[in-house]
Unconditional design. Structure first.
Length: 95
């Protein structure tokens, strides 16, 4: 089956401590429900990278541009500390 469209979702995720876990879960649900092929997130904190990487529905569907183990690295070194960007790419696009 040939695909003729690309679904992209981009969000600014300023993750203040307020209701952080609840908002992270809402973001996870939004990503899955969107069925996006590529998701681009800005102002991501290390905790959010680890949260998303640990969710089976995210990990099975997407490749993440920053590994959970690298999330605490400075942004200049490819991590997300204090804030960074994260791209999720549908696994079948990478194959």
């Amino acid at each position: 089956m040939t695909r003729h469209e690309l679904r992209v979702l981009t969000l600014n995720c300023w993750f203040d401590d307020y209701e952080q876990d609840t908002r992270a879960e809402g973001l996870r649900k939004l990503i899955i429900d969107s069925a996006a092929d590529i998701v681009m997130l800005q102002e991501v904190v290390p905790k959010l990278v680890r949260f998303l990487a640990a969710r089976p529905d995210i990990a099975e569907r997407y490749m993440l541009s920053t590994a959970a183990a690298d999330a605490d690295q400075p942004t200049s070194a490819g991590g997300c500390d204090p804030y960074g960007v994260l791209m999720l790419v549908l696994r079948e696009l990478g194959s």
